[in-house]
Write a protein that binds this ligand. Sequence first.
Ligand SMILES: Cc1cc2nc3c(=O)[nH]c(=O)nc-3n(C[C@H](O)[C@H](O)[C@H](O)COP(=O)(O)OP(=O)(O)OC[C@H]3O[C@@H](n4cnc5c(N)ncnc54)[C@H](O)[C@@H]3O)c2cc1C
Length: 461
Amino acid sequence: MPNDAFITPEIKKRIAAIPGLHLVDDPQKLEDCGKDGTPNLFHRPELVVEATETAPIQALLRLANACRFPVTPRGLGTGLAGGAVPVQGGVVLSLARMNRIITIERSNMIALCEPGVLNLDLKNAAREQGLFYPPDPASFDTCSLGGNAATNAGGPACVKYGTTRDYILGLEAVLPSGELVTTGVRTRKGVVGYDLTRLLVGSEGTLGIITKLILRLIPHPAAVTTLVALFDGLGPAMEAIQTILMSGHTPSALEFLDERCLALIGDLLPFPEVKGAGAMLLIETDGAPDRIQQEIEAIGQLCLAGGATEVLMAPDAARRNRLWEIRKAVSLRIEEHYPLDVHEDIVVPLGRIAEFVACLPAYDAEFGMKIYAFGHAGDGNIHLSVTAESSAATERVEAGIRKILERVVETGGTMSGEHGVGIAKQRFLSLELSPENIRLQRAIKHLFDPNLILNPGKVFT
Ligand SMILES: Cc1cc2nc3c(=O)[nH]c(=O)nc-3n(C[C@H](O)[C@H](O)[C@H](O)COP(=O)(O)OP(=O)(O)OC[C@H]3O[C@@H](n4cnc5c(N)ncnc54)[C@H](O)[C@@H]3O)c2cc1C
């Protein structure tokens, strides 16, 4: 069915009559809700509505079921897999204004939040009470907790603290039928029944609309130290990572940039030594000041023993922040340089990172593309920017990406560690999931959403 075919004037009137739903008329907002953070993807929504409470969302989904129109949930629209893009038209439901931190229970070390809360706002509010919310996607100052939950977002801190899923104790969600379900617990443990929380987390808005989150917090680390290690090439840098982890250290970040990334952004880094380096590791430890100082020094020694040409400490908070800003700017710089830039976020087993990155130049040569590699090396999550000088190379690049993903799966890895499937990875799903697995997952979708009204066309077609 083509876009703008679902929302007839009659249906629009019925949606407008739902108390508590706000219809968005601003043309710019309508335009913005046709895209997310995924390059070159746009589908205009027929209608955008904003909710600030749960009951109107229930009413909207009941109506969607009765009249069979699609509803696409949207947080803050930074997703990188097209998950919030209304590819089949219908209504976009924005949760952005449902953004209250309902409570932080210091003694229980939990937070109760609405889905539109900015990740950074929870971090700051928790910090005021001496608590820490670790999940830290690079977009933490622009993305919502609901979007993080729906995509099971991760970031540099995953290597020590795990992903969003590890901090969601329970949640409340509106099912596609309009019914409200609460899942999970407010306690540190709980095993009563199937784990519906873990099913809804990472379901990319296809099984339910998350309207409340019960989040686990931990004590805020007292201090953080940051080190940069430079290597001649990626091989020794990746081997150093294994040595660091096998030596019993638990860095709170273990990131890498390859030579090409360094050539693009090296001039911005606060260390002139970076010029000409073949790879860089950005490593942090956090915790009690004495302990982390010892730990970072030991990690520096391991890097030098593993072939690092330089080990440099970030001497102050300003330079540490600058390092992270530049690390985050990598993908933007790449995007500016190339008309064609496809983002992949593959994960390979730790022991095979070095072997995997060593094979990338062969794909460059075979498919006439240029691959930039950077990301969360400490958990094997490698961001690849697969670029070409002209958008006419799309088919060639697509063939190259398919080959790379096949290789990832052969090494025991997965095609996405953070961004999810959305519509960006659908066509590759059968490379990783068996027919039985796909059948079971489709059956779950149909059980939750028999009329396929919630975020249709995503994950499974
Ligand atoms: C510069 C940049 C850096 C990024 N870095 C990272 C990174 O380091 N790690 C990482 O994991 N991701 C990263 N991302 C991707 C993105 O920020 C995350 O996927 C984030 O979790 C999306 O949150 P959002 O609020 O923008 O959600 P949206 O983009 O609005 O939605 C994402 C998905 O969640 C669903 N959804 C949103 N809210 C709800 C809800 N309340 N209930 C049910 N479903 C919902 C949507 O339907 C969609 O499928 C980055 C993106 C950008 C632009």
